[in-house]
Write a protein that binds this ligand. Structure first.
Ligand SMILES: [Zn+2]
Length: 76
């Protein structure tokens, strides 16, 4: 059996890289891809017309979809 020093270092390193890559792919599929993550939205209640609405953007003030008034988030 003819093994060189570089073979003794490279073969275990490649083996571990393959194992880590398989684990990474397994957890990626199990947890779901990032684009499949649920979208966090904020709840807003309009102070003028009492209309309750959601906005997925992360902004402190969102415009009411009914009357156009800017409102703060009630719940994040
Ligand atoms: Zn409104």
């Amino acid at each position: 059996m003819n093994t060189s020093l570089s073979g003794l270092i490279l073969i275990p390193m490649i083996f571990h890289l393959v194992v880590i890559s398989i684990c990474w792919l397994y957890y990626l599929v199990r947890e779901g891809y990032p684009h499949m993550a649920p979208v966090r939205s904020r709840i807003y209640r309009c102070q003028v017309c009492e209309y309750v609405y959601l906005d997925t953007r992360d902004v402190p003030l969102a415009r009411c979809q009914r009357c156009g008034c800017l409102n703060e988030a009630v719940k994040t």
